[in-house]
Design a protein around this ligand. Structure first.
Ligand code: PLP
Length: 415
Protein backbone atom coordinates (compact mmCIF):
# COMPACT_ATOMS: atom_id res chain seq x y z
CA UNK A 1 0.00 0.00 0.00
CA UNK A 2 0.98 3.63 0.34
CA UNK A 3 4.56 4.46 1.08
CA UNK A 4 3.52 6.60 4.01
CA UNK A 5 1.87 3.74 5.85
CA UNK A 6 4.70 1.40 5.02
CA UNK A 7 7.28 3.85 6.27
CA UNK A 8 5.25 4.15 9.48
CA UNK A 9 6.48 0.69 10.31
CA UNK A 10 10.11 1.67 9.74
CA UNK A 11 10.97 -1.86 8.67
CA UNK A 12 14.72 -1.34 8.57
CA UNK A 13 14.66 0.06 12.08
CA UNK A 14 12.65 -2.91 13.30
CA UNK A 15 15.36 -5.19 11.99
CA UNK A 16 17.93 -3.26 14.02
CA UNK A 17 15.81 -3.52 17.13
CA UNK A 18 15.35 -7.26 16.64
CA UNK A 19 19.04 -7.86 16.05
CA UNK A 20 19.87 -6.01 19.25
CA UNK A 21 17.37 -8.08 21.22
CA UNK A 22 18.67 -11.32 19.77
CA UNK A 23 22.25 -10.45 20.73
CA UNK A 24 22.29 -8.89 24.18
CA UNK A 25 26.05 -8.37 23.99
CA UNK A 26 25.59 -6.12 20.98
CA UNK A 27 22.74 -4.34 22.67
CA UNK A 28 24.96 -3.55 25.64
CA UNK A 29 27.65 -2.06 23.47
CA UNK A 30 25.41 -0.25 20.99
CA UNK A 31 23.19 2.76 21.70
CA UNK A 32 19.59 2.02 22.66
CA UNK A 33 17.76 0.36 19.76
CA UNK A 34 15.60 2.46 17.48
CA UNK A 35 12.12 2.78 18.88
CA UNK A 36 9.63 2.31 16.05
CA UNK A 37 6.51 4.40 15.78
CA UNK A 38 4.29 1.29 15.55
CA UNK A 39 4.76 -2.45 15.82
CA UNK A 40 2.26 -5.30 15.47
CA UNK A 41 1.75 -7.51 18.54
CA UNK A 42 2.22 -11.01 17.13
CA UNK A 43 3.18 -14.00 19.27
CA UNK A 44 3.10 -17.80 19.17
CA UNK A 45 -0.72 -17.94 19.09
CA UNK A 46 -0.84 -16.19 15.69
CA UNK A 47 2.16 -18.11 14.37
CA UNK A 48 0.69 -21.48 15.38
CA UNK A 49 -2.72 -20.54 13.94
CA UNK A 50 -1.17 -19.66 10.58
CA UNK A 51 0.86 -22.88 10.55
CA UNK A 52 -2.28 -24.88 11.33
CA UNK A 53 -4.08 -23.09 8.50
CA UNK A 54 -1.27 -23.87 6.06
CA UNK A 55 -1.21 -27.52 7.17
CA UNK A 56 -4.98 -27.80 6.78
CA UNK A 57 -4.67 -27.27 3.03
CA UNK A 58 -7.37 -24.59 3.08
CA UNK A 59 -5.63 -21.25 2.58
CA UNK A 60 -8.19 -19.01 0.89
CA UNK A 61 -11.60 -17.92 2.27
CA UNK A 62 -13.04 -20.80 4.28
CA UNK A 63 -13.65 -21.95 7.86
CA UNK A 64 -11.17 -19.58 9.56
CA UNK A 65 -12.73 -16.60 7.78
CA UNK A 66 -16.22 -17.72 8.80
CA UNK A 67 -15.02 -17.99 12.38
CA UNK A 68 -13.34 -14.57 12.28
CA UNK A 69 -16.57 -12.98 10.98
CA UNK A 70 -18.63 -14.75 13.67
CA UNK A 71 -16.22 -13.79 16.45
CA UNK A 72 -16.19 -10.16 15.30
CA UNK A 73 -19.97 -10.10 15.17
CA UNK A 74 -20.08 -11.56 18.68
CA UNK A 75 -17.64 -8.91 19.94
CA UNK A 76 -19.95 -6.19 18.59
CA UNK A 77 -22.91 -7.74 20.39
CA UNK A 78 -24.35 -9.93 17.65
CA UNK A 79 -26.91 -7.49 16.22
CA UNK A 80 -24.95 -6.74 13.03
CA UNK A 81 -23.71 -8.50 9.92
CA UNK A 82 -19.95 -8.77 9.51
CA UNK A 83 -18.34 -9.15 6.08
CA UNK A 84 -14.56 -9.60 6.00
CA UNK A 85 -12.54 -8.07 3.17
CA UNK A 86 -8.87 -7.91 2.20
CA UNK A 87 -8.53 -4.24 3.20
CA UNK A 88 -10.56 -1.40 4.66
CA UNK A 89 -10.11 0.36 1.33
CA UNK A 90 -11.90 -2.54 -0.38
CA UNK A 91 -14.56 -2.41 2.34
CA UNK A 92 -15.19 1.31 1.83
CA UNK A 93 -15.45 0.72 -1.93
CA UNK A 94 -18.01 -2.07 -1.43
CA UNK A 95 -19.91 0.05 1.10
CA UNK A 96 -20.37 2.95 -1.32
CA UNK A 97 -21.17 0.55 -4.18
CA UNK A 98 -23.91 -1.10 -2.14
CA UNK A 99 -25.45 2.33 -1.56
CA UNK A 100 -25.60 2.93 -5.31
CA UNK A 101 -23.08 5.80 -5.33
CA UNK A 102 -22.06 6.61 -8.91
CA UNK A 103 -21.19 9.30 -11.45
CA UNK A 104 -22.67 12.71 -10.65
CA UNK A 105 -22.91 11.95 -6.93
CA UNK A 106 -20.98 13.85 -4.26
CA UNK A 107 -19.59 12.23 -1.12
CA UNK A 108 -18.31 14.40 1.73
CA UNK A 109 -15.00 13.40 3.38
CA UNK A 110 -12.69 15.16 5.87
CA UNK A 111 -9.41 16.53 4.53
CA UNK A 112 -7.43 15.19 7.51
CA UNK A 113 -7.45 11.50 6.60
CA UNK A 114 -5.64 8.88 4.57
CA UNK A 115 -6.18 9.04 0.82
CA UNK A 116 -8.18 5.77 0.84
CA UNK A 117 -11.20 7.60 2.31
CA UNK A 118 -11.40 9.77 -0.81
CA UNK A 119 -10.10 7.42 -3.50
CA UNK A 120 -12.98 4.94 -3.07
CA UNK A 121 -15.37 7.72 -4.10
CA UNK A 122 -13.42 8.05 -7.35
CA UNK A 123 -13.50 4.27 -7.92
CA UNK A 124 -17.24 4.70 -8.50
CA UNK A 125 -16.92 7.80 -10.69
CA UNK A 126 -18.42 10.00 -7.96
CA UNK A 127 -16.87 13.22 -6.62
CA UNK A 128 -15.25 13.55 -3.18
CA UNK A 129 -16.04 16.84 -1.49
CA UNK A 130 -13.45 17.75 1.15
CA UNK A 131 -14.36 19.51 4.38
CA UNK A 132 -12.38 20.99 7.25
CA UNK A 133 -12.04 19.44 10.71
CA UNK A 134 -12.76 20.82 14.18
CA UNK A 135 -9.79 21.91 16.27
CA UNK A 136 -10.30 19.79 19.38
CA UNK A 137 -10.54 16.21 18.08
CA UNK A 138 -9.50 16.91 14.48
CA UNK A 139 -12.61 15.00 13.38
CA UNK A 140 -14.68 16.35 10.51
CA UNK A 141 -16.65 19.47 11.41
CA UNK A 142 -20.39 18.85 11.28
CA UNK A 143 -20.92 22.54 10.46
CA UNK A 144 -18.50 22.21 7.54
CA UNK A 145 -20.42 19.13 6.35
CA UNK A 146 -23.68 21.09 6.47
CA UNK A 147 -22.14 23.95 4.48
CA UNK A 148 -20.87 21.51 1.84
CA UNK A 149 -24.23 19.84 1.12
CA UNK A 150 -25.58 20.36 -2.41
CA UNK A 151 -28.47 18.71 -4.30
CA UNK A 152 -25.91 16.13 -5.53
CA UNK A 153 -24.67 15.09 -2.08
CA UNK A 154 -25.49 11.44 -1.42
CA UNK A 155 -23.26 10.39 1.47
CA UNK A 156 -20.71 11.40 4.07
CA UNK A 157 -17.73 9.40 5.36
CA UNK A 158 -16.76 10.43 8.90
CA UNK A 159 -13.31 9.24 10.05
CA UNK A 160 -12.89 8.61 13.78
CA UNK A 161 -9.50 10.29 13.87
CA UNK A 162 -6.87 8.56 16.05
CA UNK A 163 -9.62 6.43 17.62
CA UNK A 164 -11.95 9.00 19.15
CA UNK A 165 -15.47 9.01 17.69
CA UNK A 166 -16.85 11.95 15.72
CA UNK A 167 -19.89 13.84 17.00
CA UNK A 168 -22.11 11.10 15.60
CA UNK A 169 -25.39 12.33 17.12
CA UNK A 170 -25.09 15.68 15.35
CA UNK A 171 -23.81 14.11 12.13
CA UNK A 172 -26.54 11.45 11.97
CA UNK A 173 -29.22 14.06 12.68
CA UNK A 174 -27.88 16.25 9.87
CA UNK A 175 -27.68 13.25 7.51
CA UNK A 176 -31.28 12.31 8.31
CA UNK A 177 -32.51 15.86 7.66
CA UNK A 178 -30.88 15.84 4.23
CA UNK A 179 -31.44 12.19 3.28
CA UNK A 180 -27.71 11.39 3.23
CA UNK A 181 -26.16 7.96 3.80
CA UNK A 182 -23.39 7.63 6.38
CA UNK A 183 -20.43 5.25 5.99
CA UNK A 184 -18.03 5.33 8.94
CA UNK A 185 -14.33 4.99 8.19
CA UNK A 186 -13.50 3.26 11.48
CA UNK A 187 -9.95 2.31 10.48
CA UNK A 188 -8.72 3.86 13.77
CA UNK A 189 -11.69 2.99 15.93
CA UNK A 190 -11.54 -0.57 17.18
CA UNK A 191 -12.59 -0.70 19.91
CA UNK A 192 -14.12 2.75 20.39
CA UNK A 193 -17.26 3.47 22.37
CA UNK A 194 -19.52 6.40 21.62
CA UNK A 195 -21.97 7.17 24.42
CA UNK A 196 -21.97 3.58 25.61
CA UNK A 197 -22.14 1.90 22.20
CA UNK A 198 -19.28 0.39 20.24
CA UNK A 199 -18.47 2.00 16.91
CA UNK A 200 -19.88 -0.56 14.47
CA UNK A 201 -23.24 -0.63 16.28
CA UNK A 202 -24.20 3.04 15.83
CA UNK A 203 -27.04 4.21 13.56
CA UNK A 204 -24.99 4.82 10.42
CA UNK A 205 -25.56 2.69 7.30
CA UNK A 206 -22.19 0.90 7.22
CA UNK A 207 -18.97 0.88 9.27
CA UNK A 208 -15.59 -0.27 7.98
CA UNK A 209 -12.64 -1.38 10.14
CA UNK A 210 -9.01 -1.88 9.08
CA UNK A 211 -6.57 -4.60 10.11
CA UNK A 212 -3.55 -3.06 8.40
CA UNK A 213 -0.23 -3.77 10.15
CA UNK A 214 -0.14 -0.60 12.27
CA UNK A 215 -3.79 -0.59 13.38
CA UNK A 216 -5.02 -1.65 16.84
CA UNK A 217 -5.26 -5.26 15.64
CA UNK A 218 -3.92 -6.73 12.43
CA UNK A 219 -4.34 -9.53 9.94
CA UNK A 220 -1.37 -8.27 7.89
CA UNK A 221 -3.81 -6.71 5.46
CA UNK A 222 -7.55 -6.93 6.00
CA UNK A 223 -10.77 -5.21 6.95
CA UNK A 224 -14.31 -5.78 8.19
CA UNK A 225 -17.51 -4.28 6.85
CA UNK A 226 -20.31 -4.05 9.41
CA UNK A 227 -23.96 -3.23 8.79
CA UNK A 228 -27.36 -3.84 10.31
CA UNK A 229 -29.03 -3.70 6.90
CA UNK A 230 -29.56 -7.21 5.47
CA UNK A 231 -29.99 -5.94 1.88
CA UNK A 232 -26.75 -3.96 1.98
CA UNK A 233 -24.97 -6.96 3.50
CA UNK A 234 -26.26 -9.17 0.67
CA UNK A 235 -24.98 -6.78 -1.99
CA UNK A 236 -21.59 -6.38 -0.28
CA UNK A 237 -21.17 -10.18 0.02
CA UNK A 238 -22.08 -10.61 -3.64
CA UNK A 239 -19.68 -7.93 -4.89
CA UNK A 240 -16.86 -9.05 -2.58
CA UNK A 241 -16.32 -12.17 -4.68
CA UNK A 242 -16.83 -11.60 -8.41
CA UNK A 243 -20.61 -11.12 -8.21
CA UNK A 244 -21.08 -14.87 -7.89
CA UNK A 245 -24.60 -15.54 -6.66
CA UNK A 246 -24.98 -17.69 -3.56
CA UNK A 247 -28.62 -18.26 -4.44
CA UNK A 248 -27.85 -20.88 -7.07
CA UNK A 249 -26.42 -22.96 -4.23
CA UNK A 250 -28.86 -22.04 -1.51
CA UNK A 251 -32.15 -22.41 -3.34
CA UNK A 252 -31.45 -25.70 -5.06
CA UNK A 253 -28.91 -27.03 -2.69
CA UNK A 254 -29.71 -30.68 -3.29
CA UNK A 255 -30.24 -30.48 -7.06
CA UNK A 256 -27.51 -28.15 -8.31
CA UNK A 257 -24.23 -29.86 -9.10
CA UNK A 258 -21.25 -28.62 -7.11
CA UNK A 259 -19.56 -27.08 -10.17
CA UNK A 260 -22.52 -24.82 -11.01
CA UNK A 261 -22.59 -21.11 -10.19
CA UNK A 262 -24.07 -17.94 -11.62
CA UNK A 263 -22.31 -14.61 -12.04
CA UNK A 264 -25.02 -11.98 -11.64
CA UNK A 265 -22.90 -8.81 -11.37
CA UNK A 266 -19.44 -7.57 -12.39
CA UNK A 267 -17.98 -7.84 -8.90
CA UNK A 268 -14.58 -7.53 -7.30
CA UNK A 269 -11.89 -9.76 -5.74
CA UNK A 270 -11.92 -8.49 -2.18
CA UNK A 271 -12.22 -11.65 -0.06
CA UNK A 272 -10.02 -12.22 3.01
CA UNK A 273 -7.86 -15.37 3.10
CA UNK A 274 -7.99 -17.98 5.85
CA UNK A 275 -4.29 -17.31 6.46
CA UNK A 276 -5.14 -13.72 7.38
CA UNK A 277 -8.31 -14.69 9.25
CA UNK A 278 -6.34 -17.15 11.39
CA UNK A 279 -4.30 -14.20 12.61
CA UNK A 280 -7.46 -12.14 13.09
CA UNK A 281 -9.13 -14.75 15.30
CA UNK A 282 -6.14 -14.72 17.66
CA UNK A 283 -5.76 -10.92 17.65
CA UNK A 284 -9.43 -10.43 18.43
CA UNK A 285 -9.11 -12.64 21.53
CA UNK A 286 -6.54 -10.18 22.88
CA UNK A 287 -8.21 -6.95 21.82
CA UNK A 288 -9.39 -5.94 25.29
CA UNK A 289 -5.89 -6.46 26.70
CA UNK A 290 -4.44 -4.54 23.76
CA UNK A 291 -6.87 -1.71 24.47
CA UNK A 292 -5.99 -1.59 28.16
CA UNK A 293 -2.31 -1.41 27.32
CA UNK A 294 -2.89 1.47 24.88
CA UNK A 295 -5.04 3.27 27.44
CA UNK A 296 -2.27 2.82 30.04
CA UNK A 297 0.37 4.22 27.69
CA UNK A 298 -1.83 7.16 26.67
CA UNK A 299 -2.35 8.04 30.34
CA UNK A 300 1.40 7.88 30.98
CA UNK A 301 2.04 10.20 28.01
CA UNK A 302 -0.52 12.63 29.38
CA UNK A 303 1.22 12.69 32.77
CA UNK A 304 4.77 12.67 31.41
CA UNK A 305 4.26 15.40 28.82
CA UNK A 306 2.23 17.80 30.96
CA UNK A 307 3.57 21.34 31.05
CA UNK A 308 5.46 21.15 27.73
CA UNK A 309 4.57 23.45 24.80
CA UNK A 310 2.49 20.62 23.35
CA UNK A 311 -1.25 20.35 23.00
CA UNK A 312 -2.03 16.82 24.18
CA UNK A 313 -4.77 14.80 22.46
CA UNK A 314 -8.34 15.03 23.75
CA UNK A 315 -9.58 12.18 25.94
CA UNK A 316 -12.96 10.46 25.68
CA UNK A 317 -15.91 11.58 27.79
CA UNK A 318 -15.98 8.46 29.96
CA UNK A 319 -18.84 9.85 32.07
CA UNK A 320 -20.94 9.69 28.89
CA UNK A 321 -19.79 6.12 28.22
CA UNK A 322 -17.31 7.00 25.47
CA UNK A 323 -13.81 5.51 25.07
CA UNK A 324 -10.78 6.19 22.89
CA UNK A 325 -9.15 3.35 20.91
CA UNK A 326 -5.77 5.15 21.04
CA UNK A 327 -4.72 3.92 17.62
CA UNK A 328 -2.64 7.10 17.55
CA UNK A 329 -1.29 9.47 20.18
CA UNK A 330 -1.11 12.76 18.28
CA UNK A 331 0.43 15.81 19.96
CA UNK A 332 0.35 19.33 18.55
CA UNK A 333 3.45 21.42 18.90
CA UNK A 334 2.58 24.91 20.12
CA UNK A 335 3.78 27.82 17.95
CA UNK A 336 5.80 29.19 20.93
CA UNK A 337 7.79 25.94 21.26
CA UNK A 338 10.79 27.46 19.51
CA UNK A 339 11.22 24.47 17.24
CA UNK A 340 9.24 23.40 14.19
CA UNK A 341 7.45 20.08 13.90
CA UNK A 342 9.82 18.97 11.13
CA UNK A 343 12.87 19.85 13.23
CA UNK A 344 11.47 18.01 16.25
CA UNK A 345 10.79 14.88 14.16
CA UNK A 346 14.38 14.98 12.87
CA UNK A 347 15.83 15.46 16.37
CA UNK A 348 13.76 12.60 17.78
CA UNK A 349 14.82 10.37 14.92
CA UNK A 350 18.50 11.22 15.59
CA UNK A 351 17.87 10.09 19.16
CA UNK A 352 16.47 6.79 17.92
CA UNK A 353 12.77 7.58 18.23
CA UNK A 354 10.35 7.03 15.36
CA UNK A 355 7.35 9.29 14.84
CA UNK A 356 4.91 9.93 12.03
CA UNK A 357 2.45 12.57 10.81
CA UNK A 358 -1.25 11.76 10.47
CA UNK A 359 -2.02 13.12 8.03
CA UNK A 360 -0.74 15.40 5.32
CA UNK A 361 -4.19 16.89 4.60
CA UNK A 362 -5.65 15.60 1.36
CA UNK A 363 -6.15 19.12 0.02
CA UNK A 364 -2.33 19.33 -0.10
CA UNK A 365 -1.96 16.12 -2.10
CA UNK A 366 -1.45 16.83 -5.81
CA UNK A 367 -4.17 14.48 -7.02
CA UNK A 368 -6.96 15.99 -4.90
CA UNK A 369 -5.62 19.55 -4.96
CA UNK A 370 -5.56 19.54 -8.76
CA UNK A 371 -8.71 17.51 -9.46
CA UNK A 372 -10.86 19.53 -7.06
CA UNK A 373 -9.07 22.93 -7.26
CA UNK A 374 -8.41 22.98 -3.52
CA UNK A 375 -6.48 25.70 -1.68
CA UNK A 376 -5.17 25.79 1.92
CA UNK A 377 -7.37 28.82 2.64
CA UNK A 378 -10.44 26.58 2.38
CA UNK A 379 -9.21 24.45 5.31
CA UNK A 380 -7.91 26.85 7.98
CA UNK A 381 -8.29 24.42 10.92
CA UNK A 382 -6.65 21.44 9.21
CA UNK A 383 -3.85 23.77 8.05
CA UNK A 384 -3.22 25.03 11.58
CA UNK A 385 -3.29 21.47 12.96
CA UNK A 386 -1.04 20.08 10.25
CA UNK A 387 1.70 22.56 11.06
CA UNK A 388 2.15 21.17 14.56
CA UNK A 389 1.00 17.52 14.63
CA UNK A 390 3.16 14.48 15.16
CA UNK A 391 2.22 10.96 16.22
CA UNK A 392 4.36 9.54 19.03
CA UNK A 393 5.28 5.85 19.32
CA UNK A 394 2.33 3.88 20.68
CA UNK A 395 1.96 0.13 20.46
CA UNK A 396 1.14 -2.65 22.89
CA UNK A 397 4.64 -4.14 22.92
CA UNK A 398 6.11 -0.79 23.95
CA UNK A 399 7.46 -1.08 27.50
CA UNK A 400 7.02 1.67 30.07
CA UNK A 401 10.81 2.16 29.93
CA UNK A 402 10.62 2.72 26.14
CA UNK A 403 7.97 5.33 26.70
CA UNK A 404 10.03 7.00 29.43
CA UNK A 405 12.77 7.42 26.83
CA UNK A 406 10.34 9.23 24.50
CA UNK A 407 9.13 11.45 27.33
CA UNK A 408 12.65 12.25 28.60
CA UNK A 409 13.83 13.16 25.10
CA UNK A 410 10.83 15.38 24.48
CA UNK A 411 11.34 17.11 27.83
CA UNK A 412 14.96 17.72 26.92
CA UNK A 413 14.27 18.95 23.38
CA UNK A 414 11.39 21.21 24.41
CA UNK A 415 12.93 22.55 27.64
C1 PLP B 1 -5.47 2.70 7.39
C2 PLP B 1 -6.56 3.57 6.92
C3 PLP B 1 -7.39 3.22 5.85
C4 PLP B 1 -7.10 2.06 4.92
O1 PLP B 1 -7.08 0.84 5.54
P1 PLP B 1 -6.54 -0.42 4.71
O2 PLP B 1 -7.00 -1.59 5.51
O3 PLP B 1 -5.05 -0.30 4.68
O4 PLP B 1 -7.15 -0.37 3.36
C5 PLP B 1 -8.49 3.99 5.58
N1 PLP B 1 -8.76 5.10 6.29
C6 PLP B 1 -7.97 5.50 7.30
C7 PLP B 1 -8.34 6.72 8.06
C8 PLP B 1 -6.83 4.76 7.63
O5 PLP B 1 -6.03 5.18 8.62
Amino acid sequence: MADQLCSDLATADLATAEAATAHPAIADAAPAPFLPFALPDIDDAEIEAVVACLRSGWVTTGPATRQFEQDFKHYLGGEVETISVNSATAGLHLALESLGIGPGDEVIVPTLTFTATAEVVRYLGATPVFVDVEARCMNLSVDAVEAAITPRTRAVIPVHYAGLACDMDALLALARRHGLRVVEDAAHAFPTRYKGRLVGTLDSDITVFSFYANKTMTTGEGGMVVTRDAELARRIRLMRLHGISQDAFNRYVSRTPAWYYEVVAAGFKYNLTDIASSIGVQQLRKIDRFWQRREHLARRYHEGLAGLPLQLPPVADTAAGSTHAWHLYVVRLAPEAGVTRDELILQLSQRGIGTSVHFIPLHRQPVWRDACALTPAQFPVAEACFEGILSLPLYTKMRDADQDRVIANLRELLA
